[in-house]
Design a protein around this ligand. Sequence first.
Ligand code: SF4
Length: 140
Amino acid sequence: MDFRLKALTKSIWVFHVSAGSCNNCDIEILDCLTPRFDVERFGIQLVGSVRHADALLVTGAMNKKSIPRLKKIYEQAPKPCVVVACGICAVSQNMFRDSYSMGDPLDKIIPVDVYIPGCPPKPEAIISGIVKLVKKIRGA
Ligand code: SF4
């Protein structure tokens, strides 16, 4: 296993990309950082620059304006970089799928490692998704 991938399982630094979400998913992500759920005790923290990130956490449905920006952000992320689709909009574009402003779904644009469904997913679901991601990286 790539040593950088293995190191990821110890402390995942996350860059959050909101690609057109209604903000409820974003609020649930922030809830994970509050003392109640406190994901920082597992070494998980949000970072302000994608150049420092191990993971991209994407919320919202991909629209035609957000797709080029998302591609650029993914290109700037150091590799290997894992991608988490958070919320049903990021997973499948939800009810917006047939809208005139929508582009391709997230996993047709960049490779997605973990899907966390829900509208919005609760903090417990987000933490469960991260546990699945760590298990996947470790090959467990
Ligand atoms: S999944 Fe639901 S809560 Fe999240 S961005 Fe879409 S509509 Fe909003």
